[in-house]
Design a protein around this ligand. Structure first.
Ligand code: CTP
Ligand code: CA
Length: 227
């Protein structure tokens, strides 16, 4: 794996990656986010760059440094991430959707900071579903066949079953599954790759090691496709 990785398996390829959480505003000073640290997405961006790709990283709020040689655009909300991805996706060979995108945004967000009420009345939030960024990109691939779409799924149970179902439902060739509480904020992880052949396990390792393995798996599949 390491040898083929060092052979710049993605030379000449353009790779678009989303990473981190999103932040959905409730008012100008508050919002809803999730426990994604961005570490896995940033490790994949680094590994793709090391493998010779031209890498664009669209990132939700994180505390991480941009990997060397990677072009990065910062966003907050799922909508902003959707727009940034749609702007960047033309001409990409690979799209890796690592971000933990909020499924819902606050429909009744307040333009001003909400104030506590004297009578103790609490605000009630309403939600609207966000567009599925990965599904939007996957839907565009039917014309040119590009980009090769890779999804992530963080499940809390039944990973083998849910992973396979999610890959089919999203209409993507490759899905990476992991167990949410074993990955969020952690430095290492163990992942499962789902494709049309079934699933394979990449055993627990640090995220950069897994990222490098994933990049070689992606490169191998792209090569097989274009034969
Ligand atoms: N995803 C996305 N846009 C969204 C929601 C999810 O691009 N609005 C992407 C994620 O980046 C990930 C994949 O879809 O690659 C799966 O995300 P996940 O949250 O596991 O699946 P959902 O389809 O949102 O289903 P659910 O949360 O109900 O399990
Ligand atoms: Ca979701």
């Amino acid at each position: 794996v390491i040898a083929s990785f060092q052979a710049k398996v993605l030379a000449g390829k353009r790779v678009l990656i989303t990473a981190g959480p999103t932040f959905e505003a409730i008012d100008p000073v508050r919002g809803i986010t999730n426990l994604s640290s961005g570490k896995m997405g940033y490790a994949i961006a680094r590994a793709a760059r090391e493998a010779g790709a031209e890498v664009t990283l669209i990132s939700g709020p994180t505390a991480l440094a941009t990997p060397h040689g990677v072009r990065r655009t910062d966003v907050q909300s799922a909508r902003q991430m959707h727009d940034a991805v749609m702007n960047a996706v033309g001409g990409q060979h690979v799209f890796i959707s690592v971000a933990a995108v909020a499924d819902w945004r606050v429909a009744n967000a307040s333009a001003q900071k909400m104030k506590k009420q004297d009578d103790g009345a609490t605000p009630s939030l309403q939600f609207e579903q966000n567009a599925d960024i990965l599904a939007s990109v996957a839907a565009t691939t039917s014309v040119s066949g590009w980009p090769y779409c890779v999804g992530f799924a963080a499940e809390s149970e039944n990973l083998v079953e849910y992973g396979a179902i999610k890959r089919e439902k999203k209409g993507i060739p490759l899905l990476v599954g992991n167990i949410g509480h074993q990955t969020f904020g952690q430095d290492d992880n163990s992942i499962m790759l789902f494709d049309d052949q079934g699933h394979t396990v990449l055993p627990r390792a640090d995220k950069l090691t897994l990222a490098r393995q994933l990049i070689s798996e992606i490169a191998k599949r792209i090569e097989q496709r274009s034969l």
